[in-house]
Design a protein around this ligand. Structure first.
Ligand code: HEC
Ligand code: HEC
Ligand code: HEC
Ligand code: HEC
Ligand code: HEC
Ligand code: HEC
Length: 277
């Protein structure tokens, strides 16, 4: 592969040439170890392994964590565009590469592969107000997981803590549940606010990004419209909430109309006033 890169860009010199040769080896290694796209795959592309030669924090912003990212398989250039010109110019000033600085460009990009999440986010208060973008909750370059911690509520509380969620007592007053987000999942923000859109895939998603809780009756409405299996709501149909996953929590079956009707009465009593005034 190193030969292929050099063959098509023999004018590369000095540091870059050595980088390209060395990263040709890295590229092959990435392919062997990860079975993934570390190599050039179109006109004007150089492959992820070449990008990482400079983007290691010494010459350019550090993206070395990318080798652990869920996006390794798609590679840098799928998002940033072909990088040959950028590399040829030593990356100078960040020229000749798509920087993805504005939200509109980012959403158009994410949407290509994550339609449901992007659409939901754009409809949410987060997206519509322009106050919160994907990068505030996800690091597309990063670590072993691009989903920041949420099971302990720390992600949501980073911003919402000071506005009515500073203590367990305040959280309890909002959720009408005890507080144990990391254990039983009780009072976990994402459980009520980010319901899985496909019930058979409660962990992998897609999860709703509108942040709107789904009232139990909505499951009956969807079932009447022919959606099978009956989609989850904020109370049940989510593994670990009222589906029998938690020994102490009453069990409701999302497939049963009367269960959802009963839950809706409880929901109205508890949450009918949330968000008013
Ligand atoms: C020869 C070293 C080098 C290589 C190889 C390299 N870059 Fe860069 N890159 C840089 C430098 C230097 C900057 C500017 C850093 C700065 O201004 O702080 C930069 C900036 C960037 C930026 C930010 C642009 C902006 O306007 O903020 C992106 C995005 C980027 N590179 C992506 C890539 C991708 C994708 C690849 C692989 C196709 C790559 N780089 C390969 C050196 C490199
Ligand atoms: C899934 C799409 C995606 C992939 C893959 C991706 N990036 Fe990015 N990159 C983005 C987005 C979006 C931004 C804008 C900031 C943000 O949302 O994090 C960005 C921003 C950047 C920046 C500028 C950030 C700064 O600190 O100024 C650099 C540099 C960069 N990416 C380099 C890379 C390199 C190198 C790779 C591969 C190792 C890569 N990116 C892979 C989407 C991607
Ligand atoms: C070319 C397709 C593509 C684009 C564009 C893309 N992604 Fe992804 N994304 C993927 C793939 C493939 C996965 C891994 C899927 C899986 O693990 O099921 C993924 C996974 C994710 C995950 C879950 C990661 C995890 O560790 O579980 C998040 C969050 C994510 N992407 C956010 C983004 C954001 C934000 C953008 C826009 C800046 C974006 N993606 C653009 C293909 C893409
Ligand atoms: C980076 C900061 C930030 C993070 C992280 C964050 N939020 Fe928000 N959230 C905001 C801001 C700012 C608003 C107000 C947006 C507006 O002006 O409508 C908001 C609004 C909301 C709203 C009201 C939405 C509406 O349509 O009016 C809900 C619900 C919400 N957030 C839930 C969550 C949940 C759940 C999490 C964790 C998964 C979370 N937020 C993480 C900043 C954040
Ligand atoms: C307020 C924080 C927040 C914002 C903003 C946000 N996400 Fe997420 N996202 C999450 C959380 C939390 C999860 C994990 C949900 C779960 O597993 O219960 C997630 C999961 C995902 C996943 C993994 C599949 C899934 O749906 O569970 C993808 C892909 C994703 N988000 C894409 C995006 C994209 C694209 C954007 C911007 C258009 C975005 N997200 C904005 C918090 C956020
Ligand atoms: C047991 C379910 C549940 C849990 C857990 C939950 N919420 Fe809510 N939340 C709701 C309901 C229901 C509403 C009202 C939605 C509506 O008006 O349609 C709401 C509304 C909100 C709003 C909108 C502001 C308002 O008062 O109208 C914000 C912000 C919010 N929640 C943040 C959070 C945060 C942060 C957490 C985690 C600490 C959290 N929620 C946990 C059910 C829950």
């Amino acid at each position: 592969m190193g030969r292929l890169v050099l063959g098509s860009s023999g004018w590369l010199r000095g540091h870059v040439t050595r980088s390209v040769i060395a990263s040709g080896r890295l590229c092959a290694l990435l392919l062997v170890v990860g079975g993934l796209g570390g190599c050039p795959d179109g006109p004007g592309t150089v492959g992820t392994s070449v990008c990482l030669r400079c983007h290691d924090g010494r010459l350019a912003p550090d993206r070395s964590g990318f080798v652990m990212s869920a996006h390794l398989g798609i590679g840098c250039e799928t998002c940033h565009g072909p990088g040959l010109m950028h590399v040829r110019n030593g990356g100078r000033g960040g020229l000749f590469i798509r920087a993805l600085e504005n939200d509109g460009d980012v959403y158009a990009l994410c949407r290509k592969c994550h339609e449901a999440e992007t659409k939901g986010h754009m409809e949410s208060g987060h997206g519509a107000s322009g106050a919160v973008a994907c990068k505030d909750c996800h690091d597309v370059h990063g670590g072993d997981r691009t989903v920041a911690r949420y099971t302990d509520n720390s992600l949501c509380l980073e911003c919402h803590g000071p506005y009515g969620f500073a203590t367990d007592a305040e959280v309890r007053a909002h959720t009408h549940h005890s507080v144990d987000p990391a254990g039983t999942g009780a009072s976990r923000c994402a459980a009520c606010h980010m319901v899985p859109l496909e019930r058979l895939n409660p962990f992998d998603g897609p999860h709703s990004h509108t942040m709107r809780p789904v009232p139990p009756i909505a499951s009956n409405v969807a079932a009447e419209e022919g959606v099978t299996p009956t989609p989850a709501n904020s109370c049940s149909g989510i593994a670990g909430c009222h589906d029998g996953g938690v020994a102490t929590a009453p069990v409701f079956d999302v497939e049963l109309r009367e269960h959802n009707e009963l839950l809706q009465i409880l929901y109205d009593t508890r949450y009918g006033t949330v968000g008013e005034g």
